[in-house]
Design a protein around this ligand. Structure first.
Ligand SMILES: Cc1cc2nc3c(=O)[nH]c(=O)nc-3n(C[C@H](O)[C@H](O)[C@H](O)COP(=O)(O)OP(=O)(O)OC[C@H]3O[C@@H](n4cnc5c(N)ncnc54)[C@H](O)[C@@H]3O)c2cc1C
Length: 367
């Protein structure tokens, strides 16, 4: 049996899953004086949090239900300072860049403009010979592997412990509480447990019920390398996006595939993404992708995450189901979860993110 984290004023918390959800929760708890240990079945941030694009906004922000928009806007407002703090603590950069996003082929620009105005997001309608586009200058991005590395270093700098290649298999319980988490080799005691296992949270653990409605949704991505400054803003058209990095890399995404825990990629998708991207940015026609990968998003109906206490145990909490926007939602979700854990009134109405609310949602919409 492992030693419980050093006893102190605040309890020791075991976080299962060290993607952006688990790491941001760890950071928030450490800042509140908790002792934190993270377990990940693979490498830190090696799943969806590594695979994603790092756009810090819902793609068409006006297209989502209010609970998602509210959480996203709260996060987006906090992001620059959140990242700056992580960078100072870690001594690493996350490549936060407010590069803006251009939405081409805007279908109902007046409705979108009205939504942006009502929600405090700057938006400008541009008329070009290829149709209407919307310019959203507030939208920023981070570079996923850099954010994950910086978060990890900040967590360690604050005293967090991280165990990689250490899959949680089940829980030990006593009197309606989880007392420890078991892996194949060890038992980790804890005063509280946070489930942040992304797409895998829909599987549950031995003795711990799975989170409702969460399932893996695969997304394939292509990476290109151009000269720096060929593209200096995010481009979006009809489900496809191009994300420039400062060093000339351009990411192209993505797909929404309901294929279980299968991270394979295919040549037909590679060709389709490449030719669609070259229509938006002709410089891509002449180059081949330098990388092609797939990640598994923690899919949830309406893209609304579950941030709540687990219904079966008083000292187990959940931060998962962020689907397409887990990088965007990380700061606000972590803050909300800590409020829930401490029994404080949250800054946002927490009702839509409750376990109970998730039970009432269904996968009805097309992906
Ligand atoms: C192609 C693609 C593009 C995306 N683009 C964007 C974007 O532009 N902007 C945005 O905001 N979001 C984007 N996302 C979504 C975002 O990446 C996810 O919502 C986010 O990374 C989810 O983070 P997470 O920590 O919950 O999950 P993950 O990063 O998947 O982390 C979960 C972790 O739990 C671990 N785990 C699982 N089971 C166990 C266990 N039993 N014991 C211990 N550990 C376990 C896993 O190994 C994993 O490391 C994209 C996703 C994809 C795939």
């Amino acid at each position: 049996m492992r030693e419980r984290g050093t006893p102190g004023l605040k309890a020791s918390t075991l976080i299962l899953g060290a993607g952006v959800s688990g790491l941001s929760t760890a950071l928030a708890l450490l800042k509140h004086g908790y002792y934190v240990t993270l377990l990940d079945r693979g490498a830190v941030g090696g799943e969806s949090s590594w695979a994603g694009g790092g756009i810090l906004s819902p793609l068409l922000p006006w297209d989502y239900p209010e609970p998602l928009s509210r959480l996203a806007l709260h996060s987006m407002a906090a992001y620059a300072n959140w990242v700056a703090d992580i960078e100072v603590r870690s001594g690493r950069i996350a490549e936060y860049w407010q590069c803006g996003m251009r939405v081409l082929g805007a279908t109902q620009p007046d409705t979108s403009l009205a939504w942006c105005k009502a929600h405090g997001l700057t938006a400008q309608l541009m008329h070009t010979n290829t149709g209407d586009s919307l310019w959203l200058p507030d939208i920023a991005q981070v570079r996923n592997p850099c954010l994950v590395a910086a978060l990890r270093a900040a967590v360690v700098q604050l005293g967090g412990l991280i165990h990689e290649h250490c899959p949680a298999a089940g829980v030990l319980t006593q009197g309606g509480r989880v007392t420890a988490v078991q892996t194949s080799a060890d038992t980790f005691p804890a005063d509280s447990v946070v489930l942040a296992t992304g797409a895998w949270s829909g599987l549950g653990l031995a003795g711990l019920a799975a989170t409702p409605q969460i399932r893996p949704i695969r997304g394939q991505m292509l990476l290109f390398k151009l000269e720096p400054d060929v593209l200096d803003t995010i481009l979006y058209r009809n489900g496809l996006y191009l994300i420039p990095r400062r060093d000339g890399h351009v990411l192209v995404g993505s797909t929404l595939e309901d294929v279980g825990f299968d991270k394979s990629t295919d040549a037909a998708t590679r060709q389709r993404l490449h030719s669609d991207a070259a229509e938006l940015l002709p410089a891509l026609a002449a180059v081949q992708p330098v990388q092609h990968w797939a990640g598994l998003r923690p899919g949830s109906p309406d893209n609304i995450p579950i941030i709540d206490r687990h219904p079966d145990f008083d000292n187990v909490f959940v931060n998962t189901g962020h689907y397409r926007y887990g990088v965007t939602l990380a700061p606000a979700s972590a803050e909300l979860l800590v409020d829930v854990m401490e029994g404080k009134a949250p800054a946002l109405d927490a009702t839509p993110y409750r376990w109970q609310a998730a039970l009432g949602r269904r996968w009805t919409q097309a992906l």
